[in-house]
Design a protein around this ligand. Structure first.
Ligand code: IMK
Length: 871
């Protein structure tokens, strides 16, 4: 490769036009542009030069003036050049081959930090580390400069990110579509034991991982009215006369596969004002009014709604959903039609469009509108295309999380879509009546519109009707979808329903987060297992090898010491790395039952207070997680955890036997430090409430044992690791149903169970609130008089099982054996497996391998005249 001479044209000038434009492919090439090897070379020497070069020419600094941030940017741009090289090759291959692409529509992508992951996937992690270290810098500290793109709340958004990694790794042409929130999930501080939210200004210093494409800007309309008209062919048609138009501009994030040349795209849309439109609409005199409207347009992509598993019902949220769906569908159609000879009839050959929960479910109506109103297709043809292209993943069984929009709001914001939904509904209702003429209630229950004042549009029903496939995210969840939440749809269209058990990417959740364990695995079974995680099972034989076990333990111990250092910094709390780390990290939600965990801690505390000599296994209870800012009970649970920590950690009598820490600001990065250090994974939701869980998989892969209920993917994890290596407790889903059905009385457990009564009395008596008996009263009352999530019913089983955990941990060898078996037997939960199943059963897409040879930059030719003429 050419290592001499600087080129005058850099890589991003290619993007002066859409990569799919055929004009750029013309033959007469008066100028040959050679892209400098400093931008593509992968050796330590080249990376060193590129790093220094970028520090100088991009950051404008040298080693005397550079800050940590400058070094971070210099390395990021070094990586970005190498990504772009492969990205162009990938886009070119997909365009020329007209490959079918997965289009993953999601309101959330919880990516985590990009630099380390991109280095890993490009295969230059060690080289970059050497470069940075030889430059006298701390590599890990440099990676930590990156602000985390927290464009999601929890599992649903993180799943989308794991899927992107697996899609690229499996060489599946794919595009993620979402929103470029200016403010991601809030930062969490803990002040006086309470959660305090701070805005997440993640873009403050710019973002080296995005490429803006103003030339691909699209227009999105809202409001106004509709009118009927007759088109040139005498056909009756509807026209939408919107009252508001905003612009959507894509920002592309390149997503490299692991150990291959594929780089796919996460396309995030940013909203801005359509100034021309504003100036037409407003009085020509109202200049400031028109400028002020700019703000309201920009608000659409301003902030992520911080709710997980609850519905917000805010107008701006519906505006966001429609915004990114409309932008994305227009983009998909544009790309399809820009292929010679392609018509909309064959859209399904270009795109498999996946709806990540109902947040993008307005896609059903919008695709119909684009096909019927804008592209003038007939209804039936449009409906066939829509149904063939769209598929829907459900992520929750909680009634309060099922999205419904008030019809009046819908009518105001999206009048044409409401008409289309009514039309879909009327045809659907006919079908329901034909399917089951006897049951008169069925139509009302299945209708896309919920009757009442006001009426509501049921988004899950819209998705069920408008998609060819509906899937759940774990075996139990899919069964409950089919038998409860959507059972009438399952009766009508059983062939629509599928299970796709979630997975996690081993690249971030093992290779990046647990490098020592990664090395040990590779040492024993060689390379290649990171993309074939079931091969970890080859390590099963080593459970009987004392040398292997002690190395395993040494790695866990080192990870635990590292976490202790971090907790000393963030919590100013000294934790004992030899104690059992009992960890619950996830969003704070009543159904996830962090409260049950802390009740057990109080139970242990009571035991020590009652008998100071009691022999209790030293444990550190580690909590982390954010509560939705408007979720009163969840925030009160955070207060209780911190309050218990304050009392227990300071109590001399407890003397280091139990500690409680709440680590603030849970995030992907913090998760990467916590999972590898955990001994015990708390997966204790009320059975039937957690759709899948994915943290459960991250813990197990890193060798933590699970204490858990038969909920979500816990069921499958337990089957795979073996029941003898899993601490099961609690009511099953049918038992929860039975107990509710026969009238659940939680107070009975308070009366009958001395241990539990003492726990609750301690809270109620103000023991953890400096005598204030009011502060935690809502928690006490909820336990005694409602207990919707049946903590009281499960308390004793949980406490007994925790006792078994302690016993098991005392047998260090036995524990490590179980930990190893957990880790090596959960290869099934690689998101690679999940994605293979989606490709085979839902998307019908095939890999398109990318080779760099034919697109290597020194062979790239530019038609300079054409490019100059355009700008
Ligand atoms: C989550 C579920 O709660 C998890 O159990 C699951 O593992 C994860 O999705 C990935 O499948 C956010 C949600 C949701 C429903 C609505 C909203 N389900 C999940 N997060 C807003």
């Amino acid at each position: 490769m050419n290592t001499q001479g600087k080129s005058t044209t850099n890589g991003h000038n290619f993007s002066g036009d859409y990569p799919n434009k055929p004009e750029l492919q013309q033959q007469d090439c008066p100028v040959t542009v050679q892209v400098e090897d400093d931008r593509t070379g992968m050796t330590v020497e080249t990376l060193h030069r590129a790093f220094a070069d970028n520090l100088y020419y991009i950051q404008g600094k040298n080693e005397l003036t550079a800050t940590a941030y400058d070094y971070y940017m210099a390395l990021s741009y070094t990586v970005r050049d190498r990504l772009l090289h492969r990205w162009i090759a990938s886009n070119t291959a997909y365009m020329t081959q007209g490959a079918k692409q997965v289009c993953y529509l999601s309101a959330e992508f919880l990516l985590g930090r990009q630099l380390g992951k991109n280095l890993l996937n490009l295969g230059i992690y060690d080289q970059a580390k050497q470069v940075v270290t030889e430059s006298g810098l701390d590599f890990d500290a440099l990676l930590e400069v990156e602000p985390e793109p927290g464009l999601g709340n929890g599992g649903l958004g993180r799943l989308a990110a794991c899927f992107l990694d697996s899609l690229a790794t499996l060489e599946i042409p794919a595009m993620g579509y979402g929103i470029r929130y200016e403010f991601g999930i809030f930062d969490q501080d803990i002040k006086d034991g309470c959660q305090v939210e701070r805005p997440d200004k993640w873009l403050r210093f710019g973002n080296p991982w995005e490429i803006r494409h103003p030339e691909l800007t699209v227009e999105v309309c809202y409001g106004g009215t509709t009118e009927a008209y007759e088109d040139e062919d005498g056909e009756y048609r509807k026209r939408w006369k919107p009252s508001r138009k905003v612009l959507g501009t894509p920002y592309d994030v390149p997503i490299p596969g692991y150990n291959n040349n594929t780089v796919s795209t996460l396309r995030l849309w940013r909203a801005s004002a359509n100034v021309d439109f504003d100036f037409q609409v407003f009085d020509s005199g109202d200049y400031s009014g028109a400028v002020a409207d700019k703000i309201s347009s920009e608000n659409i992509s301003k902030v992520l709604y911080p709710n997980d598993n609850t519905e917000q019902g805010k107008q701006l949220r519906l505006e966001q959903q429609y915004f990114f769906v409309s932008c994305s569908l227009k983009d998909i159609i544009h790309r399809h039609l820009s292929h010679r000879g392609k018509t909309l009839e064959t859209l399904v050959d270009s795109a498999a469009i996946q709806l990540n929960d109902t947040h993008p479910a307005i896609a059903v109506a919008e695709l119909m509108r684009l096909l019927v109103d804008e592209h003038r297709l007939g209804w039936n043809q449009a409906w066939r295309i829509t149904r063939n292209c769209l598929a829907y993943t459900n992520h929750t069984l909680l009634m309060e999380a099922l999205e419904r929009w008030p019809v009046p709001l819908f009518e105001r914001l999206l009048p044409r879509h409401l008409e289309i939904i009514y039309e879909i509904n009327s045809r659907f209702i006919d079908e329901v009546q034909r399917f089951d003429p006897e049951d008169e209630g069925r139509v009302g229950r299945m209708s896309l519109i919920e009757e009442g004042t006001p009426k509501y549009v049921r988004m899950a029903h819209l998705a069920c009707v408008g998609c060819h496939t509906v899937n759940g995210v774990a075996a139990l969840h899919t069964e409950l979808l089919k038998s409860q939440v959507l059972h009438e749809f399952n009766e009508m269209w059983p062939e629509k329903f599928q299970n796709k058990t979630n997975g996690i990417t081993p690249r971030r959740w093992l290779l990046l987060s647990n490098p020592e364990l990664t090395n040990l695995v590779t040492e024993k079974i060689g390379d290649g297992w990171a993309t074939d995680l079931e091969r970890m099972r080859q390590l099963e034989g080593y459970v009987d090898d004392p040398e292997f076990r002690s190395r395993w333990q040494a790695i866990k111990d080192a990870n635990k010491r590292q976490l202790a250092e971090r907790i000393l910094k963030t919590n100013d709390e000294d934790i004992d790395p030899t104690s059992l780390y009992d960890v619950q990290v996830k969003r704070i939600h009543e159904y996830k039952r962090q409260l049950l965990n802390i009740l057990h801690v109080i139970g242990l505390y009571n035991r020590i207070k009652a008998n100071p000599q009691t022999n209790i296994l030293p444990r550190t209870f580690i909590f982390a997680g954010k509560a939705a800012p408007g979720y009163y009970m969840a925030k009160l649970v955070i207060r209780l955890i911190n309050a218990v920590g304050k009392v227990v950690n300071r109590d001399r009598q407890v003397a280091g036997r139990i500690k409680v820490v709440f680590v603030p600001g849970y995030s992907v990065s913090l998760g990467q430090q916590i999972y590898p250090a955990a001994d015990l994974s708390e997966q204790i939701s009320t059975a039937g409430k957690e759709a899948s869980g994915t943290g459960n998989m991250k813990f197990a892969l890193n060798g933590a044992l699970t204490i858990g209920t038969l909920d979500g993917a816990n069921v499958e994890i337990r089957d795979l690791v073996g029941p003898e290596n899993f601490f099961l407790f609690g009511l099953t889903t049918p038992e929860v149903g039975q107990l509710k059905y026969h009238g659940y009385n939680s107070y009975r457990y308070y009366e009958d169970n001395t241990e539990l009564r003492q726990v609750i009395d301690r809270i109620a008596g103000g023991e953890f609130s400096e005598g204030d008996t009011e502060l935690f009263k809502p928690i006490v009352d909820s336990l005694l008089y409602h207990d919707e999530y049946m903590l009281m019913a499960d308390y004793q089983a949980y406490s007994d099982t925790q006792q078994k955990v302690s016993q098991a941990y005392r047998d260090r060898d036995g524990w490590i054996r179980m930990a190893i078996l957990n880790s090596v037997r959960v290869g099934h939960f690689s998101s690679d497996r999940t994605i293979r199943e989606y490709c085979r059963d839902i998307w019908s897409v095939k890999p398109v391998p990318i080779t760099l040879d034919s697109y290597s930059p020194d062979k790239t030719r530019l038609n300079a005249k054409k490019v100059m003429g355009r700008s």
